[in-house]
Ligand binder design. Structure first.
Ligand SMILES: Cc1ncc(COP(=O)(O)O)c(C=O)c1O
Length: 364
């Protein structure tokens, strides 16, 4: 028998979350962001559920090939654009739209031989200082692109650093508006957090929203808001089973480093899940977990292949009992991935992307 651990990708949840993005986008088109192999869910596994999107946004040419191989003929956007000049040949062959964020990418386009002009997304650095032209250089970049026979449409884009928090989007939005003011072309600004939190501003929704994390059922602004608040559903469940139980007396310790000491007689369960499965090692005692659909917590350190849970709320638990590390338990209880991530001082994005290859995945 294989180890009982398994990840489940929920099609209905993906479709629901995409519909939520569409509702928030209020008429804007929706990119389903499927970079990092669909945030760890697997491009091929999510494709059918997300084919109602207006396009797929991703990073790698190899991922773009996979989306085309699935039969998708609609828009595909490379969010970081070409990494070298010859990438443009693949863009021509696969009809990929691509971000242009620095001068060299315009030079490559100018030298590129293509019968089919490219659609590009010109990126402004409005304050995040990651990718994009500085506001003073944005206009001249636009004019350079506009003059190239290799380019047909230029969409204007930027990316918000603080759409999920108190700082918000106002300052970066103002920079974008000033730089893009009288330039023609469609616009794309909003990630999930901006789509959810700033949807009332038509200028922020603009022509295209880029829905990443919300598609997968994680709240970009947890713990301020959770998925219930945003009406999102977990797209991934990580589930396993108990493979042993232990009865502890006061003073007994648990796991490597003996970081947990029982204060009372208690029963714990040993779960077939560890950091080699992608469960965060930094999730300390007290991290929420569902046993038989009932909430309890982990105790002690997470080891490579196992972790321990407090069975006090589930006295009937025994080897073989279902354990839900995040997502949906069989009896319907939901443990948002964001809660586990928060306990491990990280974010849902990281946990879903880190699901280990050794974990078998099924689509439900
Ligand atoms: C340019 C760009 N747009 C959109 C997204 C999607 O962001 P989120 O997953 O927060 O919706 C990302 C992700 O980092 C991105 O880099």
């Amino acid at each position: 028998m294989p180890r009982p651990i398994q990840a489940v990708i929920h099609h209905a949840a993906l479709t629901h979350n995409l519909a939520r993005a569409r509702a928030c986008a209020r008429g804007a088109r929706v990119w389903a962001v499927v970079k990092a192999d669909a945030y760890g869910h697997g491009i091929e596994r999510v494709f059918e559920a997300l084919r109602g999107a207006d396009g797929f946004a991703l990073l790698d040419l190899a991922e773009a090939e996979r989306v085309r191989a699935l039969g998708w003929r609609g828009p595909v956007l490379l969010l970081e654009g070409a990494f070298e000049a010859r990438d443009l040949e693949t863009c021509s062959r696969l009809n990929l739209w691509h971000v242009v964020h620095r001068e060299a990418q315009i030079d490559w386009l100018a030298a590129h031989k293509t019968h089919q002009p490219h659609r590009v997304f010109l990126k402004l650095n409005s304050g995040m200082n990651r990718l994009g032209f500085a506001p003073a250089a944005f206009r001249s970049a636009w004019h350079r692109l506009d003059a190239l026979p290799q380019v047909d449409e230029v969409t204007l884009m930027t990316h918000f650093a603080d759409a999920d928090g108190a700082r918000g989007i106002a300052a970066q939005w103002a920079v974008f508006e000033a730089a893009a003011r009288d330039l023609p072309g469609e616009r794309s600004l909003a990630n999930s957090a901006a789509t959810l939190r700033h949807a009332e501003a038509a200028g922020v929704r603009a022509d295209w929203v880029r829905a990443g994390i919300m598609t997968y059922g994680s709240a970009p602004d947890f713990p301020e808001h959770d998925i219930a608040r945003w009406d999102l559903r977990p797209a991934m469940t990580l589930r396993s089973q108990l493979i042993a139980t232990q009865d502890l007396q006061p003073g007994d310790r648990v796991g490597y480093g003996s970081t947990y000491t029982a204060a009372r007689p208690m029963r714990i369960g040993i779960v077939a899940c560890g950091y080699a499965d992608g469960y965060p090692r930094h999730a300390g005692t007290g991290t929420p977990v569902l046993v038989q659909g009932l909430r309890t917590t982990t105790v002690g350190r997470v080891s490579m292949d196992m972790l321990a849970v407090d069975l006090s709320p589930v006295p009937s638990a025994q080897p073989g009992t279902e354990v839900t590390l995040w997502g949906c338990a069989s009896r319907g209880t939901v443990l948002p991935i964001d809660e586990v991530a928060h306990a491990a001082q990280t974010i849902g994005y990281e946990l879903m992307c880190a699901l280990a290859r050794r974990v078998p995945v099924v689509v439900a």
